[in-house]
Design a protein around this ligand. Structure first.
Ligand code: PXP
Length: 246
């Protein structure tokens, strides 16, 4: 069964709406762990629009499950991550005008810069994952650049408007999982996954981790973070592949 990484960025987004000290994403991480999260994910953006350096430091000190830091390959952020040493860093593209990470990192195009960041972070003992689109060349380039894992962008599946679009997106993901297996990459998934759309993708064999943020934080407003995470864990368990690669 795939592990659940809970992205707590949007707890910090609510805090930053008032530039105050609540709700605290560090507290949210504790609640997520108590709800059964296998990992805590956060994105330290260059503009610090939600999670800030204090949060990153405290998360590193307090999180007991796998800590996954999403980040760009900007020098400043690579330096912070090398010092922080989370268990895993997921390299993502970052544009200031975007609402959230849109699409994957182009590892083919930025191979030299990405490989250099992978080298620096690996030296610090961090496991590296690349957030990419489910395209064979991107998976091959990721393996070549030294990543241990890739996180496949699940946006095409999540945003599909018709059954044909959805099954096309799922078959692209299945094809990418197969390429990942051939080149020795662990395969994760994330972006746009919700309580409504998780079942089909959870039953696709080959994903070892899903990172889910917005939908869990949104539900936590009503039921609390602990229960919101427990509900998503239940769905991943119920819909886990019957027999498969994970
Ligand atoms: N994975 C990555 C690499 C992301 O950048 C994001 C968004 O921060 C997520 C997963 C979570 O996406 P969502 O908030 O849509 O669940």
């Amino acid at each position: 069964m795939a592990l659940l990484g809970v992205n707590i960025d949007h707890v910090a987004t609510v805090r930053q709406a008032r530039r105050t000290d609540e709700p605290d994403p560090v507290w949210a991480a504790v609640e997520a762990e108590l709800g059964g999260a296998d990992g805590i994910t956060f994105h330290l953006r260059e503009d610090r629009r939600h999670v800030n350096d204090r949060d990153a430091r405290l998360l590193r000190e307090t999180v007991g499950v796998k800590l996954n830091m999403e980040m760009s390959i900007a020098d400043e952020i690579v330096a912070i991550a090398s010092e922080l040493r989370p268990a895993q860093c997921t390299l993502v593209p970052e544009r200031r005008e975007e609402l959230t990470t849109e699409g994957g990192l182009d590892v083919v195009r930025h191979h030299a810069r990405v490989s250099s960041a992978v080298g620096r972070l690996s030296e610090a003992g961090i496991v590296l994952s690349a957030f990419i689109e489910p395209i064979a060349d991107q998976l091959k380039a990721s393996a070549d650049a030294g990543f241990r894992a890739v996180e496949l962008w699940t946006g095409a599946y999540a945003h599909a408007k018709t059954p044909a679009e959805k099954s096309g997106a799922l078959s692209n993901l299945a094809g990418a999982i197969e390429v990942g297996r051939q080149v020795g990459l662990e395969v994760h998934g994330g972006h746009g996954l919700t309580y409504r759309n998780i079942s089909t993708i959870a039953s696709l064999p080959g994903f070892s981790e899903f990172n889910i943020g917005h939908s869990i934080v949104a539900r936590s407003v009503y039921v609390g973070m602990r229960e919101a995470v427990a509900e998503m864990k239940r769905l991943l368990t119920v819909h886990a592949p019957v027999s498969g690669l994970n």
